[in-house]
Design a protein around this ligand. Structure first.
Ligand code: SAM
Length: 218
């Protein structure tokens, strides 16, 4: 998507994707990654997700990437944190406590930004991107994240003819096509979640499946 699209969504507070609670699949399945205590983790396209708070509560340092400076500023102000700011490689990096959020385009992120992360949490990042960009995103992740770092990936799937994205329908086959060359892809969970998303129902969806995958480098 055009960066303007997302910045406008944040400016207009059209952020229906933002969840008021920690994500159930994160809490349930993150332990499967078995990451070292205190290790840094990467949250691409992080928005102002509360899941970053949950990850920090598990003892992780959280490195996020987000286009919208408004989202990043909201994340810190809602925690009562005043971040320090620095510039690197065209990014504004805001950090406070266990959080280091890189404001800018994830596709421009330098390798050193996520060079020491032990794991990745992707909820509503891959699926926020149109299918032609998803391949670029998968390639970028493989490039900047250490090979040893597993990924917990949460996707949505639905009949794309019933609604336009984002979120974009991302079937299992697509996850496999994007990652299986390099990663063992294990499906951890799948559940029907349309009832929890009445706005999608109003837009014409008749079914919505959420899936969690564990991706581990082969
Ligand atoms: C669907 S939202 C999901 C946010 C977050 N993961 C969550 O679960 O609430 C997608 C986010 O990605 C950001 N975004 C979109 N394209 C991006 C890009 N190329 N680089 C960095 N962030 C991007 C948007 O501003 C938006 O906040």
């Amino acid at each position: 998507m055009d960066p303007t699209f997302w910045r406008e969504r944040w400016r207009n507070q059209e952020i229906g994707f933002h969840q008021p609670d920690f994500h159930a699949l994160l809490q349930e399945h993150w332990p499967r990654l078995a990451l070292p205590q205190g290790s840094p983790v990467f949250v691409p396209l992080c928005g102002k997700s509360l899941d970053m708070v949950w990850l920090a509560q598990q003892g992780h340092r959280v490195i996020g990437a987000e286009l919208s400076e408004l989202a990043v500023d909201s994340f810190f102000s809602e925690r009562g944190l005043a971040p320090a700011m620095r510039q690197a490689g065209g990014f504004t990096i805001k950090s406070a406590g266990p959080y280091e959020l890189w404001c800018g385009d994830v596709f421009e992120m330098p390798r050193e930004a996520a060079g020491d992360v032990a794991g990745v949490y992707d909820r509503a990042a891959l699926i926020a991107l149109p299918p032609p960009l998803q391949g670029r995103y998968a390639t970028k992740l493989k490039e900047i994240v250490p090979a040893a770092a597993p990924i917990l990936l949460v996707t949505l799937d639905y009949d794309q003819s019933q609604m336009s994205g984002p979120p974009f329908a991302t079937p299992r086959r697509q996850v496999h096509d994007l990652f299986a060359d390099d990663y063992a892809c294990t499906e951890l969970a799948s559940r029907q979640v349309l009832e929890g998303h009445p706005h999608f129902k109003q837009r014409g969806l008749t079914a919505l499946e959420e899936c969690a995958f564990l991706l581990r480098r082969k």
